[in-house]
Design a protein around this ligand. Structure first.
Ligand SMILES: C[S@@+](CC[C@H](N)C(=O)[O-])C[C@H]1O[C@@H](n2cnc3c(N)ncnc32)[C@H](O)[C@@H]1O
Length: 205
């Protein structure tokens, strides 16, 4: 049974590129969720797929601790949690082609114009995602914010390194089957539209 020490990874006490496989001690494919919140999606996926490794990044210490306790309670061995800034982490700390999937569900929209610079999605972040996703990897994105979704699409449309992929994918669970995230549940209940996009990293392995 893992304890919180084993599940949480302190990347900010080191510099340079990290080696995520070493956190797990195996070479299973690694999926990353950015802004994992209370960890509901990660927990369900990790339990359904013991043959995969999952990393969750969460900035807010309250949610980070909640998610870490939750993983321990369930005894999942294939999850690691990192409390850091996901944008910096993906852009500067991850090695190339290390991920088999990237999940970004309900990234903070920062709706005020003067706060747009705080958003996760920008051209540099999309370049970094293309670098860390291996050929064939999946990138799933979901938001309830129409304007932010249009911005995200604008950053990705026309790129040659990604191709559209079905969001409903049995390998990752269809929309009905897979865990809804906390925000998804809340927004669906409020009757908001959920915008979804899935991509596949082009290239050969
Ligand atoms: C709107 S919530 C969505 C949480 C979860 N994905 C869901 O759908 O229920 C956004 C989450 O991303 C986290 N977050 C925002 N910016 C972040 C960053 N730069 N690095 C890591 N986590 C971040 C927030 O703390 C928050 O928990």
């Amino acid at each position: 049974m893992p304890d919180v020490q084993q599940i949480t990874i302190d990347v900010d006490s080191s510099t340079g590129v990290v080696a995520p496989s070493a956190w797990f001690g195996n070479e299973h494919p690694i999926e990353l969720e950015i802004g994992c919140g209370k960890g509901g999606f990660l927990l369900r996926q990790a339990r359904a797929h013991p043959e995969r490794n999952f990393v969750g990044i969460e900035w807010a210490s309250k949610y980070f601790r909640y998610a870490a306790d939750r993983m321990c309670r369930w005894g999942v061995e294939n999850v690691r949690l990192v409390r850091t800034d996901a944008k910096h982490f993906v852009m500067h700390r991850l090695p190339p082609a290390c991920l088999s999937a990237l999940h970004v569900y309900h990234p903070d929209p920062w709706p005020k114009k003067r706060h747009h610079k705080r958003r996760l999605f920008c051209a540099e972040f999309v370049d970094a995602a293309a670098r860390v996703l291996r050929p064939g990897a999946r990138w799933a994105i979901q938001t309830d914010h129409a304007e932010y979704f249009a911005v995200i699409r604008g950053l990705i449309d026309g790129r040659l390194d990604f191709e559209p992929a079905p969001f409903d994918d049995p390998e990752y669970g269809t929309i009905d089957e897979r865990t809804e995230t906390n925000f998804e549940v809340k927004y669906v209940r409020e009757g908001r539209t959920i915008y979804r996009l899935a991509l596949r990293r082009r290239g050969s392995t």
